[in-house]
Each structure stands twice: as structure tokens, then as C-alpha cells.
Design a protein around this ligand. Structure first.
Ligand SMILES: Nc1ncnc2c1ncn2[C@@H]1O[C@H](COP(=O)(O)OP(=O)(O)O)[C@@H](O)[C@H]1O
Ligand SMILES: [Mg+2]
Length: 246
């Protein structure tokens, strides 16, 4: 895959917080249509990496291109526009507790659609996004009335509503019971197939990785330590990789 065609390119990224060196010379590419898992220990810099990709954290060094654009060169308006193409599922879901499911889903539209577009299309967009995650019946419910797995689905629906070209999932199954975790993993694959999105999935849930990943990058000591299919990584004799599978 040449770099020009990549959905996301991270080149020689470094980031430290004071003396805490998190990422050192980390490089990767996300290819079109691919579900790429980033696997690393807790505290290894996985969330920092995706926050750099969506420009919430400024790198110390390195270049990040998203959908052909060098994000360090974008002004606020251009970055806003690009963000509409990037879905981000937070580990915490980040739903608004005082809003209904419907209001939560409509929220991103306020920023990215005109009033006219919203009046015309918001209802259909909300319905479709909720149907995609199997939760059409929760339209008028409050987040507090939903289970953890349902809240995760609503957060995913809110991500889908702008029809993103790329989706970043930060530990989508952490804190969920195994059956719900499997449902969310299957949903990630369903979304990939239906919308042909490319995704980065941060996870250390082996079942989730097995179900969702086309390729896995091991984030070890701040670097892209290995990039391969899950099956090949499982065969890799390197002790630092073995630690994750033994
Ligand atoms: N905004 C921040 N300010 C200072 N340190 C941070 C910040 N965000 C993350 N860190 C530190 O960076 C390291 C990696 O964090 P993170 O990317 O959240 O890990 P994880 O791989 O578990 O997602 C941790 O040591 C964390 O304390
Ligand atoms: Mg994290």
C-alpha cells in the first residue's frame, strides 16, 4: 500500500509528558477498508496516539496525515470539517446524561449540518444510525435507563450519524460482560462492511481482536514494535510479543 492512498499515516511520532516518554518514533498507516487493532499494555500510549490523530494532543515530533491532510497545517475550520469524517468512540462513551438518546444523536448534527439540512434529514439520520446498532426502540430514553452495552451502542450510533470515513474505537469492549463484548465486536465488523469504513481499534480483549482485526500493531516501548495478522503474531517467538499471548 503506498502512503498516498492510506487513510491515516503517522510518521515518526514522539510525545512525552515531562519526563514521561510515551511515544518515541512511532509510525503506522491505516489502509482503506481495514480494521486495524492497536494492542499495548495499559498506560503504553494507545489513547495518546489516537488523541494525537484527532488533534486533541499536539505531538512533540512527527507528522500525521488524515484523509490526505497534514493535520498540523489545518486551521480551526478545516479541522472541524475533517473531524466530521472521523468518528471517535470514547472509552467513556461521553453521552450527555441530561439528553435523550435522540438528542444525543442529533448533537453532532448541530455543528456540522445547517438548520435546513437538520430539519430535512435529522430524523432519518437518527433512525438509521439507531437501527444500525439495533436500538431503534430507545429513541426517547435517557442514557441512565440503558445498560452499559446499550450506552456503548448509542455512542457508536452517534459516531455513525455523520457517516464518517474512518472510525477510532478506544477500548470498545472494556468493562462489558463477555457476551455484550462479543456483540459490540460483531457490530464493529458489521459497520466496517456496511459503510466500508477504515478503523483503528484500541483493545487488549483477545476475543474482540480476533473478531474485528484485519491487522494488529503492537505498541511496545512507545514504538510500532510489530505489525501483522493476529495469527502470525501468535506464532512470533519474540518474548515481548509472547507476553501478550501466553
Ligand atoms: N494529558 C496528559 N497529561 C499528562 N500525562 C498524560 C496525559 N495523557 C496521558 N498521559 C500519560 O501518558 C501515558 C499513556 O497514557 P494512555 O495513552 O492514556 O495509555 P493507554 O495505553 O492505557 O491508553 C500514561 O503514563 C499517562 O499517564
Ligand atoms: Mg487508553
Amino acid at each position: 500500500m503506498n502512503k498516498e492512498a492510506a487513510i491515516i499515516t503517522v510518521d515518526h511520532l514522539s510525545k512525552a509528558f515531562g519526563s514521561n516518554v510515551v511515544l518515541t518514533d512511532f509510525s503506522m498507516e491505516l489502509n482503506p477498508g481495514e480494521n486495524l487493532v492497536i494492542l499495548g499494555k495499559s498506560g503504553s500510549g494507545k489513547s495518546v496516539l489516537i488523541k494525537c490523530i484527532i488533534n486533541l494532543i499536539a505531538p512533540d515530533q512527527g507528522k500525521i496525515r488524515v484523509l490526505g491532510k497534514d493535520i498540523s497545517e489545518l486551521d480551526q475550520e478545516e479541522m472541524d470539517k475533517l473531524r466530521a469524517d472521523i468518528g471517535f468512540l470514547f472509552q467513556s462513551n461521553a453521552l450527555y446524561d441530561s439528553m435523550t438518546v435522540r438528542q444525543n444523536l442529533e448533537f453532532p448534527l448541530r455543528r456540522h449540518w445547517t438548520e435546513e439540512e437538520r430539519e430535512k434529514n435529522a430524523k432519518n439520520a437518527v433512525t438509521e444510525a439507531l437501527e444500525d446498532v439495533g436500538l431503534a426502540h430507545t429513541l426517547n430514553m435517557m442514557p441512565s435507563e440503558l445498560s452499559g452495552g446499550m450506552r456503548k451502542r448509542v455512542a457508536l450510533a452517534r459516531t455513525l450519524i455523520l457517516k464518517p470515513k474512518v472510525i477510532l474505537y478506544d477500548e470498545p469492549t472494556t468493562g462489558l460482560d463477555p457476551i455484550t463484548a462479543r456483540e459490540i465486536s460483531n457490530l464493529i465488523v458489521k459497520i466496517q462492511k456496511k459503510y466500508q469504513t477504515a478503523s483503528i481499534i484500541i483493545s487488549h480483549d483477545m476475543n474482540c481482536i480476533r473478531i474485528t482485526s484485519n491487522r494488529v500493531i503492537m505498541l511496545i516501548e512507545g514504538k510500532n514494535y510489530a505489525s501483522d495478522t493476529l495469527e502470525n503474531l501468535k506464532q512470533n517467538p519474540d518474548p515481548k510479543i509472547r507476553e501478550f499471548f501466553d
